[in-house]
Design a protein around this ligand. Structure first.
Ligand code: ZN
Length: 235
């Protein structure tokens, strides 16, 4: 999305006909109130910073592990979207193997750590098709293939955190999305990799699970709108 103009720039094949659509114009016309547009991962991070697990923190990477892997960056106390709205998109940079990603690229973190990918990687190893949650349950029962899949996801997430810390020096990472429900399994795997390969700053990155669950996005959207409106009237 282009949050400056309130338009959808590019839409995946699950959002047919949305590319180019002026969302905020349509909403403002229908409701008669000001509207703002942002993507769901930015709103998630806005929510967790305004009232969730990283409340009041100034330098945070937000990651959502859902159907895909989303990323957003909060730096110097504000969301940093970059000139194309793509800052913090840690799920879609190469260097995480060579598997084909849903975006058409190869070797992206999403191929290891999204819910869909966790199911697919387990099927690669065993021929059995499970959901990410079922793979987590299998790992809890000691299934070595399931453990290996989550181990690879955890190592990939840690690598993404270290890369981000090296570029923009974050203090904290907040992880949400459906896959984070397996936090007791995932957290130690990420921490083990982070300990083995820490940020060059010498300061460990704090790793926290999102606190607002599915409320993070609407809470963040409200916080963003409030900030825009108070900025407009100069309060
Ligand atoms: Zn990708």
């Amino acid at each position: 999305v282009d949050s400056a103009t309130g338009r959808i720039l590019v839409a995946s094949d699950s959002f047919t006909g949305w590319a180019g659509f002026a969302v905020t114009d349509a909403v403002e016309e229908a409701l008669g109130v000001p509207a703002f547009l942002d993507n769901d991962v930015n709103a998630f991070l806005y929510g967790e910073v305004s009232g969730g697990a990283v409340r009041g923190e100034s330098d945070v990477l937000g990651m959502t592990l859902g159907t895909g892997v989303g990323g957003a960056l909060w730096t110097g106390g504000a969301l940093f979207a970059g000139p194309h709205g793509a800052a913090g998109e840690i799920g879609h940079i190469p260097g995480f193997g060579d598997l084909l990603c849903s975006c058409g690229g190869r070797g992206h973190l999403e191929t290891l750590a999204s819910g869909r990918s966790i199911g697919a990687r387990y099927a690669d190893r065993t021929g059995r098709r499970l959901t990410a949650r079922e793979v987590a349950q299998a790992a809890d029962r000691g299934d070595q293939d399931a453990l290996a899949v989550y181990d690879a996801a955890g190592a990939g997430i840690a690598q993404a955190i270290v890369m981000t810390a090296g570029v923009v020096d974050i203090t904290t990472v907040v992880v949400g999305g459906g896959v984070s429900r397996a936090w007791p399994l995932l957290e130690p795997l990420i921490l083990t990799s982070l300990a083995a390969d820490p940020p060059v700053s010498g300061h460990p990155v704090r790793l926290v699970r999102a606190a607002l669950a599915s409320d993070a996005v609407p809470v963040g959207a409200a916080a963003r709108a409030r900030q825009e409106l108070t900025a407009k009237v100069g309060v």
